[in-house]
Design a binder for this molecule. Sequence first.
Ligand code: GSH
Length: 467
Amino acid sequence: MEWIQQYAKYGWFIAVWLVLSACNGTTPETILYQVQVQSQDSAENIENAQVTIEVNAGGTINYSESTDSNGVAVIAIDNRHAGQQARLEVSANGYQAHTQMISLIEGDSVQQLLQLEPAANSGTPGPGPTPPDPANPVSPTPDPANNAGILQQVQTRGSLRCGVEGSLPGFSLLQDDGTWVGFDVDFCRVIAAAVLGDAQAVEFIPLSTADDERFHAVQDGRVDVLLRNTTWTAERDTNAFELDFGPTTFHDGQGLLVHRNLNITLAEELQGKRICVRRGTTTEANLQRWFDQVGVDVTALPYDDTDQMYTDYEAQLCDAVTSDRSQLAAQQTTMAQPQDHFLLDVVMSREPLGPVFRENDNDWRDVVSWAIFATMYAEETHVSSTNVERLLTSSDTRIKRLLGVEGNIGANLGLDNNFAFEIIRQVGNYEEIYNRNLGSDTPINLPRGPNRAWNTGQGGVLSSPPF
Ligand SMILES: N[C@@H](CCC(=O)N[C@@H](CS)C(=O)NCC(=O)O)C(=O)O
């Protein structure tokens, strides 16, 4: 509601901005940063909080606004700062100040909800954290930016914001009837069922790989979690994006899709051929390395637009296209003549795909991790959506603990003790999620390969620590 009022209030500004950008056909000249400030305890809006964005441009430039009665401040930053990191600081009387680094993206329009923690000594309002007691040193002083409390935000909001690809069959797709389906979509629902007891309480936010939009969205708090065919790498886990990764939901690898009429059956036969690849992905980085290693010369054609890349591939402007094998299999089903293309039997890299969320929020990390593990542990212990109600009376301790009949795992996580029961009842176990979206009864028909449970004896590597 507040956002609607806010849009009404700033409607003239946004209208002028949209008209200007539509007229000149270029990106808007400002980066709009809208921050809503609330109290973490009561979720009430805080008026007169000071929101400052400090940009370093040869000297320091401060963009500063106070929040209005809806707790909202709108800051318009000159587009010439696009590509830079800036420091966002929010302070309010009686609350601990919040600082975080943000990335400025050309023409971006960001809405961020920030909940401030009351100052330790809340009786005496005053800005900033309480200074450390030298007699009782606590080291290091917690950084308020690291204490975002995503779990509490999701519970207060009543819905989960989940970043997805948005148009990839099998993984995340908005259907004509307005419902979302897919493997990644189901894992968003798994987290919503765990946190809110309602698998439907999800807002899906399509995000691109272009300009690292998906990672900015996690960092800026636009999404609580990203489930978007994203590979966990050491670089991404440790770089300035401040991301954390959860359990791998899909063990993938890079592959090559070729035109059948080229009669190519081995990647090594692509000597001298053109290969379409998406810029800004792990795929692009792996391509040259892999072909260099096998001593084959190929020409990489990097694309910024994925749709264009597949259109050009189908028009045979390139001989092969490379991506995660799961994505190639999914894209193949959308092509005019799927049978005219052939997924080569080669795995050029390891691509462990899974959830991404903001770094240093340990409660949230635990919740996302154990929600996902619950689907794997359920398959391992043969608990599914069809037998879960009956198994509430099981004498198997593993099942009792999984379903919250015994132990206190849910409560320890800040959830209901039956969180896994709700996941399995509403969404299913890992096998059900896989088969529904990618299995042999679907057009994607991807063999499970390493994505089998470890205890099936077929080379599966999926495993959950015990409940
Ligand atoms: N798993 C890889 C690749 C992920 C990926 O999503 N790649 C491309 C397809 S080749 C894509 O879907 N791009 C769509 C887009 O964001 O426009 C990664 O995390 O970098």
